[in-house]
Design a binder for this molecule. Structure first.
Ligand code: NAP
Length: 249
């Protein structure tokens, strides 16, 4: 029996990087996968095709996670397309707009908070009624080690990721009695397009400083997500799981 057989999952921001990794692992474990993207239509449609070939139902949706209205519409459409249930929500969509506070514009602060943090509110609100009716659900929020520890040059991003942790713990307390679990993952340095923008020397320095001596792969995060989404973690809620090769140890 596959770990997510027959479950329906929504994953935000799965057209690349960690989100794609999660969608692939979930589909292999039998989940039906609804996923979103912001602008990368071609990779999203290619992923939809790849996942469908595994024998599950998969569909890509263009939806701005920062928009409350888009999130409501998305969930209504997924319920219609996937037979009325949503078992898993992975709030993965995120961006960075790094700068020292001295140079950080108001727009850079607002857009990072809206896409990374408000999106989690939008999507959790949108699935809440369905999960309450089902009396089950697992929500996983993609935070970051930077949200746990802070990082110079990423005040906006760190604030958004720390905010996700407070939100996660609050929802775990609010919805636990209805068998809805909410956990966060704090990835360390995972090598994706988001990190391709960084200077190679800086990146090598980070790899050297990690106890496991390598950057993480999207599958490393996806496997942690699989655990938290599946019934294997049925007695775990309100937690932050660091997936960081020992970085914060
Ligand atoms: P990525 O490669 O840049 O991919 C980001 C994904 O989010 C893309 O699918 C993108 O869609 C989507 N997205 C961006 N803005 C969106 C919006 N407004 N609405 C819906 N989707 C949107 O990033 P990643 O490295 O895989 O990171 C995924 C998550 O993990 C993020 O939340 C990130 O903060 C977190 N994280 C990453 C690392 C790391 O080292 N990579 C470490 C810690 C935490 P388009 O392709 O259409 O733009």
């Amino acid at each position: 029996m596959k770990l997510l057989e027959g479950k329906t999952a929504i994953i935000t921001g799965a057209s690349r990087g960690i989100g794609t990794g999660i969608a692939q692992v979930f589909a292999k474990e039998g989940a039906n996968v609804a996923f979103t993207y912001s602008s990368s239509e071609a990779p999203a449609l290619a992923l939809e095709k790849e996942l469908t070939a595994l024998g599950i139902k998969a569909k890509a949706y263009k939806s701005n996670a920062a928009s409350f209205e888009d999130s409501e519409k998305l969930v209504a459409q997924v319920l219609e397309d996937f037979g009325g249930t949503i078992d898993i929500l992975i709030n993965n969509a995120g961006i960075t707009k790094d700068n020292l506070l001295m140079r950080m514009g108001e727009d850079d602060f607002d857009s990072v908070i809206e896409i990374n943090l408000k999106s989690v509110f939008n999507m959790t609100k949108a699935v809440q009624r369905t999960m309450l009716k089902q009396r089950k659900g697992s929500i996983v929020n993609m935070s970051s080690v930077v949200g746990v520890k802070g990082n110079a040059g990423q005040a906006n991003y760190a604030a958004s990721k720390a905010g996700m942790i407070g939100f996660t713990k609050s929802i775990a307390l609010e919805l636990g009695s209805r068998n809805i679990r909410c956990n966060a993952i704090a990835p360390g340095f995972i090598e994706t397009e988001m990190t391709d923008k960084l200077d190679e020397k800086v990146v090598q320095g980070w790899r050297d400083g990690i106890p496991l001596k390598r950057g993480g792969r999207p599958e490393d995060v996806a496997n942690a997500c699989l655990f938290l989404a599946s019934d294997l973690s049925g007695y775990i809620t309100g937690q932050v799981l660091n997936v960081d090769g020992g970085m914060l140890t």
